[in-house]
Design a protein around this ligand. Sequence first.
Ligand SMILES: C[S@@+](CC[C@H](N)C(=O)[O-])C[C@H]1O[C@@H](n2cnc3c(N)ncnc32)[C@H](O)[C@@H]1O
Length: 254
Amino acid sequence: MKNGALHYNTRRYVNSAIHKQESGLKKYIYNYVNFIKKFVRPGSKVLDVACGPGLSSHLLSKNYKVTGIDMSKGMVAYARKKFKDVDFRVDDAHGLSFPDESFDAVVACTFIEHINDVGAVLDEMLRVTKRNGHVIIVSPNWFSPLRPIRGIISPKGYEAMGKNRLRITIWLFKSIYYTFQKLINPKFVFQNPDIENEELVGNDVDMVYIANQYDLGRYFRKKGCKVLKLSADTFRFSSIPPIAPWLGVVAKKS
Ligand SMILES: C[S@@+](CC[C@H](N)C(=O)[O-])C[C@H]1O[C@@H](n2cnc3c(N)ncnc32)[C@H](O)[C@@H]1O
């Protein structure tokens, strides 16, 4: 992709994230903040990784001492201007500029699916977390069959998959396959990003890692953590981990 097109799409991405935040379309951020409150004690030091335009960090700062980091200068500049109660910094999650064990909780929302070196980022998140502290990852579970089913039922299609019924139906079969396959053999699965797609850019079709609670959970267990939770959903059967549309992986560092 030419540099010009990359910058153009990056700007659109930043603008779209800010627009969604401004127009109150980020309900999932409130769910994310409420989810964190279930595990992290008030007054704790929290690092909000890939905080984007800053709303989650701002909401968290009502209960915690929050630092928000993002590698996008545009996002951080916007967040700093908008929310004065948080320490926002430009930083890369692959190599965080904090000493070991700096935070009681290290949290991230709709971020991990944009990373191709998932293990390196999880290691960094764990490194800056104190012993007995928490790493919490909340993201869409694209393998949940409930997502394509919603896309098939809704006349508008699905926000991040468009309206093409064939595409959504293929995704449904894939999601059923992976829902079972992940239980037996959880390992990171990747796809090519689709960031040149004019219609869909800004949604998760630009993701590279198809985030899943079982492979994240297994990774944390391998690193000696206790995994307390896999799903961020609370609504009836959508809270059952294999099919939950939102993954919520809570790892306690030992
Ligand atoms: C989908 S946005 C989510 C932003 C915010 N968490 C939210 O939910 O509104 C993904 C964010 O990840 C950031 N990001 C991507 N790679 C990163 C990295 N290596 N280090 C830090 N931030 C990164 C992007 O700049 C972007 O703001």
